[in-house]
Design a protein around this ligand. Structure first.
Ligand SMILES: Nc1nc2c(c(=O)[nH]1)N(C=O)[C@@H](CNc1ccc(C(=O)N[C@@H](CCC(=O)O)C(=O)O)cc1)CN2
Ligand SMILES: Nc1ncnc2c1ncn2[C@@H]1O[C@H](COP(=O)(O)OP(=O)(O)OP(=O)(O)O)[C@@H](O)[C@H]1O
Length: 190
């Protein structure tokens, strides 16, 4: 457990050293890989996040999804849990918890119950990952809880290569994405 905290701190520190320019260039590469992936092309709904704090920037994915007529959802935090709400433009956002942009209250909640596998793609952030696709987030457990019973959703994590670490000791509630996309490669099971 201590190891998890230490990895989180070390990776966040390394990520803070990325310049704005590097963050944009690497993010752009990652966005290209995501939008050309069959899971993105097939999805009717794409669950994304509003990047903050040197996370992979998601703007290009969101805009492409709108261009293709897909439903775009981003999270809003309610205490210790989160839900996704549909946004149709960046004007549907306001500043929320942790200073992250969140959907306004008028935005409709996205229901995932009963969706066919493939209809929904989730693109999630994280702090650190290993090549077995174990994940460490900010420590709130928000993604772990939300995706706990959602086997019908394709889960893709996006990260910079510097967020890949040799080994993470996963706990039983930890969410394991189906695939990780970095600016260098895809980590997917064969
Ligand atoms: N962009 C984005 N949105 C998201 C998440 C996320 O990881 N990224 N979340 C995923 O859970 C949820 C918000 N959860 C969060 C939980 C804790 C902290 C937090 O403690 N932040 C510290 C900064 C940490 C650091 O960089 O040193 C802070 O704001 O002080 C932030 C978000 C929902 N929305
Ligand atoms: N399914 C769950 N139900 C209830 N509590 C949970 C669940 N999953 C995780 N938690 C709690 O959330 C806390 C944080 O978990 P963890 O450190 O793995 O978060 P994280 O994966 O880094 O964060 P996030 O998912 O927000 O990105 C843990 O203390 C854990 O007890």
């Amino acid at each position: 457990m201590a190891a998890k905290k230490e990895i989180r701190l070390a990776v966040l520190k390394a990520r803070r050293n990325l310049s704005q320019q590097e963050t944009m260039e690497k993010s752009s590469h990652i966005c290209e890989s995501v939008v050309s992936h069959p899971w993105f092309q097939k999805a009717k709904t794409v669950l994304l996040y509003m990047d903050y704090n040197r996370e992979v920037m998601t703007g290009q994915i969101i805009e492409r999804a709108w261009e293709l007529g897909k439903c775009v959802g981003v999270p809003k935090v309610h205490g210790k849990t989160m839900e996704y709400y549909r946004i149709e433009s960046f004007e549907d956002l306001e500043e929320g918890a942790y200073g992250i942009r969140e959907p306004r209250k008028e935005c409709p909640r996205i229901q995932t119950e009963g969706a066919k596998r493939g209809d929904i793609l989730a693109v999630m952030p994280g702090v650190a990952f290993d090549s077995e696709r174990n994940r460490i987030g900010y420590g709130g457990g928000y993604y772990d809880k939300y995706f706990e019973k959602k086997d019908n959703i394709n889960k893709m994590a996006v990260a910079f290569e510097l967020q890949m670490v040799p080994c993470i000791d996963a706990e039983e509630f930890d969410l394991k994405p189906d695939c990780i996309v970095t600016e260098k490669q895809l980590y997917c099971p064969d």
